[in-house]
Design a protein around this ligand. Structure first.
Ligand SMILES: C[S@@+](CC[C@H](N)C(=O)[O-])C[C@H]1O[C@@H](n2cnc3c(N)ncnc32)[C@H](O)[C@@H]1O
Length: 159
């Protein structure tokens, strides 16, 4: 209902699919991961709790944003995870220095984001996309996972 009002359909990835994505990206303790459209911040909470990473989440749905802030506080990760309300562009300044960009979006959205991401990520930044591929770049690695009862590919990109 809220997703219909805000125009932002909200589907969350399974924890295991997120873990598989971070394993494919070899996410390390102390690294920073950005979730573009972080939903309920599950990925960032997993990144902090299981991988010891720092997180930055951006979310345009007011419901999902507030839910993320509450969940991050509930899980005691407010020191490690920064939430930003608004569109993807709001994290542009963080892209050059972040280690990993994680995305679980839609085919058209991922393809639209591709040029912007490659314009702003740093030389060592990796991008991991659950289920959807870029149009112009080939993945460096890929792996299969199960998400929401379906087999999905996870794609890992870098410069
Ligand atoms: C499929 S959900 C994925 C949620 C979470 N990243 C996960 O892996 O479970 C996509 C999320 O992206 C958000 N989103 C879509 N377009 C956005 C935009 N332009 N700026 C910020 N967030 C956006 C939606 O509101 C939704 O919460």
């Amino acid at each position: 209902m809220i997703a219909t009002i805000t125009g932002a359909p909200i589907v969350y990835a399974n924890s295991q699919a997120i873990i598989d994505a971070f394993k494919l990206a070899n996410l390390q303790s102390g690294q920073t991961v950005i979730d573009l459209g972080c939903g309920n911040a599950k990925s960032l909470i997993i990144a902090a709790k299981k991988f010891g990473a720092k997180g930055i989440g951006v979310e345009r749905s007011p419901y999902a944003y507030l839910n993320s802030v509450l969940r991050i506080w509930w899980y005691g990760e407010s020191q490690n995870i920064t939430m930003i309300y608004g569109n993807f562009e709001k994290v542009e300044k963080f892209l050059p220095k972040c280690d990993l960009v994680y995305m679980y979006l839609w085919d058209r959205v991922v393809k639209n984001l591709e040029p912007w991401l490659y314009d702003h990520i740093g030389p060592k930044t990796h991008i991991v996309s659950l289920a959807f591929q870029f149009a112009q770049h080939k993945p460096k690695k890929s792996a299969q996972t199960t998400n929401l009862g379906f087999k999905h590919w996870i794609y890992l990109y870098s410069r």
